[in-house]
Design a binder for this molecule. Sequence first.
Ligand SMILES: Nc1ncnc2c1ncn2[C@@H]1O[C@H](COP(=O)(O)OP(=O)(O)OP(=O)(O)O)[C@@H](O)[C@H]1O
Ligand SMILES: [Mg+2]
Length: 383
Amino acid sequence: MSKPVSEIKIGILGGGQLGRMLVQAGKEWNLDFYILDESASFPSGNVGAGFVTGNFKDYDDVYKFGKDKDIITVEIEHVNTDALLQLQREGVEVHPNPASLNIIKDKGTQKLFYKNHDLPTADFQIFESKKDIFLALESSTLAYPFVQKSRLAGYDGKGVAIIRNDNDVLEIMDVPSVTEKLVDISTEISVIASRNKNGQIRCYPAVDMEFHNKANLVEFVYFPSKISKEKQKEAENLAATIINELDICGLLAVEMFLDKDGKILINEIAPRPHNSGHITIEASITSQFQQHLRGICNLPLGDTRFHSPAVMVNLLGAKGHSGKTKYSGMDECLQIDGASIHLYGKATTKPYRKMGHATVLDKTRAKATRNAKQIKKFLKIHT
Ligand SMILES: Nc1ncnc2c1ncn2[C@@H]1O[C@H](COP(=O)(O)OP(=O)(O)OP(=O)(O)O)[C@@H](O)[C@H]1O
Ligand SMILES: [Mg+2]
């Protein structure tokens, strides 16, 4: 990009909390942002970016939105890539590149990418329908237990079914899907890699992720990771290899499993800021959001070191509450030293909806964990 950064027009497809935090980070440098999504009442509707109402899955909406921008980026993978390819041909910079988005947004092609590049991932098969899965079970070419994942548009655990035995077959989804061997997981980790057009790559250190058992989404993220330094390095090297192979500028979050045999397996990737990276806002020298902007604008990448042990907790909508959002318990939370609370400004709440997050810094991971659990107890998001 030959323009000075302050003159670059950046378009973001998606107006959720990731877009909101990306804009907030870029405001530090007075960057010029525009958002495309269906309603300005979404989290990025009121943070000082130009807001265009439209559907990021629609060719015309994306094309029209992108035409006068210098750089287009995304906060979600499920966008119209045909329009992005056309914009790219007309000289708009698109990061992540649309070809990589096409691979990533389909869990089938994503798994084939790992296989074709000899990257470690759980064994898998691809199926067109529920009927084909039943046929494979009958002929014993597929065996319990397995995990079924919808090829398209799954996020936050929707579109993932764990099938352990005959009793679970009602859970099998009738959609084109991938089935994977059920991994005996010891730890779920994430590494966020970043890259710019000059080919510079920097990875954040691995963090551990703990999942909410009902909501099937990440609830706690921990730094430092408890896995060995050697395995952390291996995970970082894998993340760096993938971002390079996919020629991605900006961020690539790589979710991995460390299994009970000590093997690292790639679960899935996301070419954008990621929930496991929110912890970097306070705990690392460079936040993932600023790093994404450095990557897509081809600026030098920032320092990815953490300056403190930290824990992030997602703040979810309370069970049994659907409707206009209210918060309680802020006073108690703000008394906790080392805690930072982020609320995404979602007008309505529902059970387990991601409404915000908190990050707690402390001298040790154990102390930060205790306070993060206090915040989860105090802060209630209800109607
Ligand atoms: N092969 C597997 N073996 C064991 N557990 C798995 C396997 N695949 C997925 N899981 C579990 O299901 C969770 C969700 O799977 P995955 O990350 O593929 O779905 P997702 O819908 O994209 O979720 P999210 O958006 O929350 O990251 C994983 O984090 C893990 O806990
Ligand atoms: Mg996932």
